[in-house]
Ligand binder design. Structure first.
Ligand code: HEC
Ligand code: HEC
Length: 193
């Protein structure tokens, strides 16, 4: 009897499998993401942000301030998270003073700004650069292609650093048309870049 039952079960399973063409009953595994952010399309970038960027960013933000327990796409992308565009830099987060003098004056008189700047420079920028496989801007050496300006708009405007490694993301106007000398104007502290 046991034997018969198990055979019946097997047969039923085989029929069910055949009916949906075998593999179709397998749980759907999403295609693996490309290794490089630059090689991802819009949908893959959303998946990457969801699975990798947001959890890692939230981790350091919460350690910095528990109020970020509800951190989400909007924390970095502002309204861009609702429109689905996710354009960066995002004008909804703090617009940073765009000259070294103005920036230094801002953090000198604003204790919160100073505290955030340290966190942003030492943790947020390096983490994000690493996740996007870019190099955090080093104000002393003048090297790197990811900085504050990739997330924050600045006033006067400070375009995001030109991104050298790959050239297939030309659809993103934000990477283009920048003044190539914009970075050198600000000196060693230049966190606003
Ligand atoms: C810690 C900040 C941060 C968080 C949180 C974050 N992102 Fe991003 N995201 C970025 C940055 C920075 C870029 C732009 C990288 C670049 O090209 O300079 C970006 C780019 C994108 C892009 C590509 C935009 C384009 O123009 O190609 C998409 C799509 C995106 N994010 C979706 C999301 C989604 C969805 C979430 C939430 C699950 C999310 N992001 C959370 C920082 C963040
Ligand atoms: C990956 C994106 C990203 C990068 C890179 C980044 N920031 Fe931020 N920054 C944020 C987010 C998100 C917040 C928090 C917004 C909030 O709490 O609503 C923030 C907040 C701040 C604040 C607090 C402003 C205020 O009073 O509310 C300052 C100051 C700041 N950033 C400066 C910098 C500086 C300087 C750099 C470069 C050294 C930098 N940020 C790099 C995303 C970024």
């Amino acid at each position: 009897m046991t034997n018969l039952l198990s055979t019946a079960w097997l047969a039923a399973a085989a029929v069910a499998l055949a009916a949906c063409g075998g593999g179709a009953s397998q749980p759907k595994t999403p295609a693996p993401l490309p290794d490089n952010y630059d090689d991802m399309n819009h949908e893959q970038r959303i998946q990457f942000m969801k699975e990798v960027v947001l959890p890692k960013a939230k981790d350091i933000f919460v350690k910095f301030d528990a109020k970020y327990a509800d951190m989400n796409c909007k924390t970095c992308h502002g309204k861009g998270a609702s429109t689905g565009e996710f354009k960066m830099p995002n004008p909804d987060i703090k617009v940073l003073p765009g000259t070294e003098e103005a920036f230094m004056a801002y953090i000198a008189k604003d204790e919160k700004a100073a505290r955030y700047t340290k966190f942003m420079a030492e943790q947020v920028t390096p983490l994000m650069a690493q996740l996007l496989k870019r190099t955090a801007f080093d104000p002393k050496a003048g090297t790197g292609d990811f900085s504050c300006g990739n997330c924050h708009v600045s006033d006067p405007p400070h375009p995001p650093l030109p991104h050298a490694h790959h050239d297939h993301d030309h659809h993103d106007g934000a990477h283009e048309g920048g003044d190539p000398d914009a970075g050198s104007a600000a000196g060693s502290a230049a966190p606003a870049h």
